[in-house]
Design a protein around this ligand. Structure first.
Ligand code: SAM
Ligand code: SF4
Length: 475
């Protein structure tokens, strides 16, 4: 504890991992005495938690830092912290481009946020980027730090950090380090304590969840000389799914090369695991998949998907696709369209390839695809996916679905929004005030490409979470 006073805001760029790290940074700052501010004008400390997966994230950060210089100059004592993947990647570069930043810290330093802030207050600007996580430190996993959760009926739980894969386009292994699994007992204990505070839904987070536990198994075998070295994600799903009070379990992201039948069976057999699989395809062309080093073919991807649907007939499937990977020809792209049509996705996150310095794909400059061609491919893919999404959504009309209420629409206060087990938004009209986190059923009345509409049938369980999840540390 360094005992700060004043107010803070945390701005997050990027993925769920980053949002989860932000919750931890906020939790640490609050434990240290800072209060949350609504916006920068009220704040004394601004933390930018950065992402570097795609290029526009960098541009956004440096643009924001430009505005923050004026903010900082307007009042004495204001401080700026830049955390996350971009500081890990750019290291001293952040300070070179924005010398008015007080703390630059990397992805392995989340637990040091308050000390670094205090250091900057007494001794001036500080940069601390650890090359890798400190393995024997319980603070290694962001979930083990104090937390300030944004929503409180659902929670992210980190099960694994880093990534041992070598996807040619991806900067994650360079900025998040090697794969380390968190012990199952710690994860189950955290989920138990979340449930005791009224959390009913958890999302397990890792870059390659299918390999969860392999490192733990290998270490155990080295020590005892026996036991299987198979990954333990299926067991983890079953263990988390049996924690009393937990009604929904989700996870992201699996890797198609490591997806195994035991995981699909655990999903199908564990009632609280939602019927939703986020299953990143990246490309439908075997040639491009090989260039990307993804380790599977389109055929294998589709076979596993068919198996998943056999075990879970009502499964919703979403994916990530990269358009314009270096050397992607029109024939390659047509394969992506064909595989996307065959996979019959509920939605996709489509990314335009963005060269990330330090990755293999960034060196394939002579094969970069013309941006106009990429934009055209992006639109063609959108059309294919919206068609399957619309048909899949229309097929749900007339069904009664379980939803968890997320809140009232900002645009129309007469409309409440909930989320189904398949992760679909349902908008419905009601005069009842339903607290976020309430479970209800709704009849689906209309399907659109990106959401459903419905009518409230009945409330099945009131929200039970405490308004503010207390700061908790498991260690
Ligand atoms: N570990 C996950 C996996 O293997 O699917 C994904 C992690 S990454 C944070 C999320 C998505 O960003 C990837 O699935 C990929 O589609 C996209 N992505 C990563 N690097 C990219 C790049 N250089 N250009 C465009 N999209 C990229
Ligand atoms: Fe990146 Fe591939 Fe690891 Fe996912 S599996 S984080 S895309 S290297």
């Amino acid at each position: 504890m360094t005992n700060e006073s004043g107010k803070y805001v945390v701005r997050t760029f990027g993925c769920q991992m980053n949002e989860h790290d932000s919750e931890r940074i906020a939790g640490l700052l609050e434990t240290d005495g800072l209060e949350r501010a609504e916006n920068e004008s009220d704040a004394d400390v601004v933390v930018l938690n950065t992402c570097c997966i795609r290029e526009n994230a960098d541009n956004k950060l440096y643009g924001t830092l430009g505005h923050l210089k004026t903010w900082k100059d307007a009042k004495d004592g204001r401080r700026i912290v830049v955390a996350g993947c971009l500081s890990q990647k750019d290291r001293g570069g952040v300070r070179d481009r924005a010398p008015w930043v007080d703390v630059v810290m990397g992805t392995h330093n989340v637990h040091r946020a308050t000390e670094l802030l205090a250091q900057a207050r007494s001794n001036g600007p500080v940069t601390e980027i650890l090359d890798e996580a400190v393995i024997d430190d319980h603070a290694l996993f962001p979930s083990a730090l104090p937390v300030r959760r944004e929503t409180s009926w659902n929670a992210w739980v980190t099960i694994q950090i880093g990534c041992d894969n070598t996807c040619a386009y991806c900067i994650v292994p360079a900025v998040r380090g090697k794969e380390v699994s968190r012990p199952t007992a710690d994860i189950v204990a955290e989920v138990g304590s979340l449930a005791a505070n009224g959390v009913t839904e958890v999302t397990l987070l890792g870059q390659n969840v299918n390999s969860y536990g392999r490192d733990l198994a290998v270490a155990e075998r080295r020590e005892t000389g026996e036991g299987s070295v198979a990954p333990r994600f299926a067991e983890l799903l079953r263990a988390v799914g049996s924690v009393p009070g937990i009604r929904r379990v989700r996870y992201t992201s699996p890797h198609p090369k490591d997806m195994r039948t035991d995981v699909l069976a655990a999903m199908a057999e564990t009632e609280v695991v939602c019927e939703h699989l986020h299953y990143p395809l990246q490309s439908g062309s075997d040639r491009v998949l090989a260039l990307m080093h993804r380790g599977y073919t389109a055929e294998r991807y589709l076979e596993r998907l068919a198996e998943a649907r056999r075990l879970m007939p009502d499964l919703a499937v979403t994916t990530d696709i990269i358009v314009g990977f270096p050397g992607e020809t029109d024939d390659d792209f047509v394969r992506t369209l064909e595989v996307a049509a065959e996979a019959d996705f509920d939605s996709t996150y489509t990314f335009i390839f963005s060269p990330r310095e330090g990755t293999e794909a960034a060196t394939m400059v002579d094969r970069f695809v013309d941006p106009a061609v990429v934009a055209d491919r992006f639109e063609r893919l959108r059309t294919v996916v919206e068609r399957s999404a619309l048909l899949r959504h229309q097929a749900r009309v007339g069904r009664i679905e379980e939803i968890v209420v997320e809140g009232v629409s900002k645009r129309d206060p007469g409309v409440t929004t909930g989320r189904t087990r398949q992760n679909k938004l349902v908008h419905f009209r009601t005069d009842r005030v339903l607290r976020p986190g309430t479970y209800a059923t709704a009849e689906i009345t209309r399907g659109a490409p990106h959401y459903l509409e419905g009518r409230l049938v009945e409330v099945i369980a009131d929200a039970t979470h405490k308004v503010r999840i207390p700061v908790a540390s498991i260690g």
